[in-house]
Design a protein around this ligand. Structure first.
Ligand SMILES: [Zn+2]
Length: 311
């Protein structure tokens, strides 16, 4: 059965497809057995892609999607996330790449046309799995003044509903996956979880909605820090998380993993011009082999779910 009833989009900030060189590419240096198995034994580096920029494996497909969007300069998170989450070219509409937050002029378009809002407009349900410090404890005002794309999308769709209580009860996932940033930054006593436990929580959340979004940012942070060992550790955590999520994925659910721009695949100097991966598995995943641009991801997910563009 190739028609998915539900979809999960896992957004990983700052993940591109780079050269197979373990001196600077964390994907070449790390041990990522779960991802490698999903990709039929291949690794997520440029040299392991087919000539047409794809990997078509038994359970999954991987496409290399352009993140430069025909706009000069290095891709950035605000415009890249807007593009990924809407299918519209955020960089062209804003006039340049911009980040890390979503520029104010793009926010109404992102609010109206993002994946979660489109699902709600079609009478379907949307979930944002991330926990945010919504009330009580020291909420960081920058989160709301300089918002990331996934949070704005969730807010517009009425899906920004998970906070500390939900995280403690296993009904939300921390953006860091394993809760340690809540412990370190917010002084929270929420227990640490394993990447596998976090993945099972995400699968449970996704079972209760038609479209679920989860956003993870450490891949970009570690790329900016420029230390290969930190980037390797971040990818190994993502590998365990995605492997467990693939194991927990129901047969009627589509899982798509993508990014906004490259970074962690070359830790020598911030963002890159590399294409970003579009990894898809589960029901209806085959079509994502044709995802050649960040602009294709959200329209393909909506199309797979039978949600047509309005108007
Ligand atoms: Zn960045």
């Amino acid at each position: 059965m190739n028609v998915p009833h539900r979809a999960i989009l896992v957004f990983l900030d700052g993940v591109g497809i780079g050269a197979d060189d373990a001196a600077f590419n964390a994907f070449a240096a790390a041990s990522l057995p779960r991802l490698q198995t999903l990709l039929g034994g291949r690794r997520l580096v440029a040299e392991e892609m087919d000539a047409d920029g794809r990997i078509v494996a038994e359970r999954a497909v991987l496409a290399a999607a352009d993140a430069t969007l025909g706009v000069e300069g290095l891709p950035q998170s605000g415009t890249g996330q807007t593009t990924l989450l809407t299918g519209r070219n955020g960089a062209a509409e804003y006039g340049r790449h911009f980040g890390p937050w979503v520029p104010t002029p793009l926010r109404p378009m992102l609010a109206a046309e993002n994946l979660l809002q489109r699902a709600v407009d079609a009478g379907r349900t949307a979930a944002f799995a991330n926990a945010y410090p919504l009330s009580g404890a020291p909420a960081d005002p920058r989160i709301f003044r300089r918002p990331a794309g996934p949070m704005l999308a969730a807010q517009s769709a009425g899906a920004l509903t998970r906070g500390a209580m939900e995280l403690a009860e296993g009904r939300a996932v921390a953006s860091s996956i394993t809760n340690e940033r809540w412990r370190e930054t917010l002084g929270s006593d929420i227990p640490q979880v394993t990447p596998e436990e976090a993945a099972r929580t995400l699968a449970r959340i996704a079972a209760g909605a038609d479209v679920t979004l989860f956003a993870h940012y450490d891949t970009d942070y570690t790329g900016h820090r420029g230390a290969l060992n930190g980037a390797i550790a971040a990818l190994e955590r993502v590998d365990a998380f995605l492997g467990a999520l693939a194991d927990a994925l129901p047969a009627d659910t589509l899982l798509v993993v993508s990014s906004d721009h490259g970074n962690v695949e070359d830790v020598r100097g911030g963002h890159t011009l590399n294409p970003v991966p579009v990894l898809a598995l589960g029901a209806g995943h085959e079509r994502f082999a044709d995802a050649a641009s960040l602009m294709h991801v959200t329209p393909m997910i909506l199309d797979a779910l039978g949600i047509a563009r309005a108007g």
